[in-house]
Write a protein that binds this ligand. Structure first.
Ligand code: ARG
Length: 470
């Protein structure tokens, strides 16, 4: 006869179709260690309430320890007849303690239990996810350090816009990840509330001590409203948003790496260890890690949508729909823990083709803005400067020349403003030739947040401090 936690009022057994629909142990078994933790705390509270003798408490805790090691050794396994992780573990306890095992359920419901277990599981795993994020930040920062002064084509609309330091671009990805870590740390403040003691929905008539349980389980406080406590899945949805946002960031980085590794760009080479081949084309080396990082963001976003859709329209308090909270959460945790180490490895081993980056940086008239801004410093209205440089670009295109190839006469022909002038005027304004240099363009953007290699190195210093604190 399958073990159920609710057989008393039922005459016949459940229909097979119901059992198959209802069972969740195939996915919620991973909550077992957390359920056992919560059970230990609950047993102590029952003892303090005078509902378990000292001797009963010792036997109970001994059996829970023994059950935990049996689970770890794989000797205790859920069976198809166990509805969920809570049912399976109660069976294990009854097998070890006989009728004493049935005392643990007093004052507790699977409703407050499952909400507690999921919070414990997530708080634990979020700490691991944060460590994996820090590893990726670190990998990006070491590449950025090496390439603080490597000029690269900076793009908007995927078109050459202005030269940037390649390190600056890599650090842009790091900043996004530090916000992800911040979000997860902030998430934990709201997740650190203990539902245990809320029972099914109304609390318990037994003299339990929710604050003691909360403290024992590492929560900041017990839930102040039992109805909210068993119904609330904000912590799960909010985690899924954080995970989806990380997914979007990894997708953007992945997409850039796919582009950078292409024949057309050749900015980087992905290490063999993080590349795959083709079953038919012997020459192929594919950036699958980057593509999977991009692709997996789909399921991370999907998990968030899935849970929000489940929650929408539910009345208070516990509804069985809430059982659907776990698979998206587990899938997002698993996905991040799979993807992050692979992306970190790919980033730290990729080889950057600095020569190609430097050579491409000025292409596409990327220094046109610098030229226009030089005219502004010479007193020309930006509107007119923009126009004049625009003409110069067209002239270059027609004559198949780059801005740097123009002779003084050619420059002067387009606009008298372009007189080359001295390398540096008395007022400190650089000459046309000086402005048409990529390194000059980088160095000139020296205000806070700019792409000047010195500012990029400052950025690295403050980022290292932030990341050390994460
Ligand atoms: N397996 C259930 C879940 O994950 C546990 C709570 C069941 N509670 C109930 N009253 N049926 O949500």
């Amino acid at each position: 006869k399958p073990m159920r936690l609710w057989g008393g009022r039922f005459e016949g057994g459940p229909a097979d179709a119901l059992t198959r629909l209802s069972v969740s142990v195939q996915f919620d078994w991973r909550l077992a260690p957390y359920d056992l933790l919560a059970s230990r705390a609950h047993a102590r509270v029952l003892h303090r309430a005078g509902l378990l003798t000292g001797e009963e408490l010792d036997r109970m805790l001994g059996a829970l320890d023994e059950l935990e090691s049996a689970c770890k050794r794989g000797e205790f396994r859920p069976t198809v007849a166990d509805e969920d992780v809570h049912t399976a573990l109660e069976r294990g306890l009854l097998e070890r303690l006989g009728s004493l095992g049935g005392k643990l359920r007093a004052g507790r419901s699977r409703n407050d239990q499952v909400a507690t277990d999921l919070r414990l599981y997530l708080r634990d795993h979020v700490r691991t996810i944060v460590s994996r994020l820090v590893e990726l930040e670190t990998a990006l920062m070491s590449q950025a350090e090496e390439h603080a002064a490597t000029a690269a084509p900076g793009m908007t609309h995927l078109q050459h816009a202005q030269p940037v330091s390649f390190g600056h671009q890599l650090l842009a990805h790091v900043h996004a990840l530090t916000r992800d870590v911040d979000r997860l740390k902030d998430w934990d403040k709201r997740a650190a509330v203990s539902p245990l003691g809320s029972g099914a929905l109304a609390g318990s008539s037994l003299p339990l001590d929710p604050a003691a349980v909360a403290a024992e389980l590492g929560f900041d406080s017990p839930a102040p409203n039992s109805m909210d406590a068993v119904a609330d899945r904000d912590f799960a949805a909010e985690f899924l948003f954080c995970a989806a946002m990380i997914g979007v960031h990894l997708s953007r980085l992945g997409e850039e790496i796919v582009l950078w590794a292409s024949q057309e760009f050749r900015w980087i080479e992905v290490d063999d260890a993080y590349s795959t081949g083709s079953s038919i084309m012997p020459q192929k080396k594919n950036p699958d890690v980057a593509e999977l990082a991009r692709g997996k963001s789909g399921r991370l976003i999907g998990s968030l949508m899935s849970l929000l859709t489940t929650l929408k329209g539910l009345p208070l308090t516990y509804n069985r729909d809430l059982q659907e909270d776990k698979e998206p959460v587990f899938d997002s945790v698993d996905t991040l823990l799979l993807v992050l180490p692979a992306v970190s490895g790919m980033v730290s081993t990729m080889r950057v083709n600095s020569a190609k980056l430097e050579a491409s940086a000025p292409e596409g008239f990327a220094l046109a803005t610098d030229l226009a801004e030089l005219l502004v410093r010479r007193g020309v209205a930006f509107r007119d400067a923009h126009e004049a440089v625009g003409h110069l670009v067209v002239w270059c295109q027609v004559n198949d020349k780059d801005l740097g190839d123009l002779t003084d006469e050619e420059l002067a022909k387009v606009s008298p403003h372009f007189a080359a002038g001295p390398a540096e005027a008395a007022d400190g304004t650089p000459g046309v030739r000086e402005v048409l240099s990529v390194q000059g363009a980088l160095a000139a953007r020296s205000a806070f947040g700019g792409t000047a290699p010195d500012r990029v190195r400052d950025q690295l210093v403050s980022l290292r401090e932030i990341v050390d604190g994460q």
